[in-house]
Ligand binder design. Structure first.
Ligand code: BGC
Length: 390
């Protein structure tokens, strides 16, 4: 209730401030009444890797529970150019279901910025700014994905644009790789927002999480940056707002804040989105949200510090994807990070080794980012909240 009043108070403050642009009217949740298409990329990992592994280990109960996880829809990550070819068969299948009456959303993560993951090492990608990465990103990554999306006008796509990108530009700009990437990242993210401004798309740019952007130091600059790229993209109509908590572990809403949230008043995602929404409104941008709950089932987690993002201990699968939420700002709870895929390798010898993945609050040994991590999947499943039935 308090937060509600705060939002209303801030909205009216924005309304009456002389330099504030008119508020964008808040249309109904465009995702309501739809369900997410579950891609077989994830379900086949669960059914072909996790389930047989549990069976080999004599964990029959976990094997039966895992088979249920396989039908939870997760976002498909377009994290390199060779992933693009997977999109068409999924879109064809979704289209087929739509033509038989299903109301489906096809969820995708767009994740291939040049000099990607500039604040950490674990997920650095295939393109580099020094090597013509911005042009390649546009012409050989964004353009072909958009071309495919256009060919399936009756399928609705929900896009999460570039996890970590704007987040790093706000808080890691002191790191050389991020500083050098500033212009290229703004240009690339704006280009993506402009190019995906299509009638069958709803897009959310990555908005960090309550532990990252939710503090007063970062929240103002973050909202300004979102406003900047949104304007630069030509105020795309398909833009809905922010995706939060991507690949993180924060609670949706807790009555008691975890110790590692260090007194932050925005210690969970519900508080965070309600705090940043009025700042986005002030920028003139739409301010709706989707929030990743895939690994948020256990609170508090085993994280030592709020910023410990890598394969955190004592986490569990969380709320299932749904467009029926308890907050008017939230369009859907979603599973963006496919639970069971690693956040980064714990091998100190690896080129993409990041110290966060070698800390004692990160599960180890861990494979490279994106690779199947059976022991992590088992942790998420054992701790799932709500639990999976056998
Ligand atoms: C990895 C990607 C992967 C994604 C989803 C990221 O951390 O860098 O390659 O697709 O996680 O698991």
């Amino acid at each position: 209730m308090f937060w509600h009043c705060l939002v209303i108070a801030s909205l009216s403050a924005a309304l009456f401030a002389s330099d504030a642009p008119a508020l964008v009217t808040q249309p109904e949740n465009p995702l309501a009444g739809y369900s997410f298409y579950g891609n077989s990329d994830y379900s086949s990992k669960v059914l072909q890797k996790a389930v047989p592994q549990f069976q080999r280990e004599g964990k029959e109960g976990l094997a039966r529970q895992a088979a249920r996880v396989a039908s939870v829809p997760t976002f498909m990550w377009m994290s390199s150019r060779d992933q693009i070819q997977k999109l068409r068969p999924f879109a064809e299948e979704a289209q087929h279901q739509v033509r038989s009456g299903a109301k489906l959303l096809l969820p995708l993560v767009i994740y291939n910025l040049p000099d990607r993951d500039c604040g950490a090492k674990a997920s650095s990608g295939e393109l580099s700014i020094a090597d013509n990465g911005v042009d390649l990103y546009k012409s050989s990554f964004i353009d072909p994905i958009a071309a495919t999306i256009k060919q399936f006008p009756d399928v609705k796509f929900v896009l999460v644009i570039e996890p970590d990108s704007l987040g790093n530009l706000v808080s890691n700009i002191n790191k050389t790789k991020c500083r050098n990437a500033l212009e290229g990242h703004k240009e690339s993210v704006s280009y993506a927002l402009r190019t995906f401004d299509l009638p069958n798309v709803h897009m959310y740019v990555d908005g960090g999480n309550s532990g990252w952007w939710g503090n007063p130091t970062n929240m103002g600059p973050a909202a300004k940056l979102v406003g900047e790229v949104w304007r630069r993209a030509g105020r795309p109509r398909a833009f809905r707002g922010l995706a939060t908590n991507t690949a993180n572990y924060n609670a949706w809403s807790v009555s008691q804040c975890a110790n590692y949230t260090q007194g932050s008043r925005n210690c969970d995602e519900k508080r965070y989105i309600n705090a940043i929404a009025p700042l986005l409104q002030r920028e003139g941008t739409p301010a709706h949200f989707i929030t990743d709950m895939g690994r948020s089932g256990v609170q508090p987690t085993g994280q030592w510090a709020w910023g410990d993002w890598c394969n955190a201990l004592n986490t569990g699968f969380g709320l299932r994807p749904s467009t029926q939420t308890d907050d008017p700002l939230l369009d859907a709870w979603v599973w963006i990070k496919p639970g069971g895929e690693s956040d980064g390798t714990s091998s100190v010898m690896a080129q993409r080794f990041d110290p966060k993945c070698g800390q004692a609050d990160a599960k180890q040994p861990a494979p490279e980012a994106g690779q199947w991590f059976q022991e992590y999947f088992e942790q998420l499943l054992r701790n799932a909240n709500p639990p999976f039935e056998e």
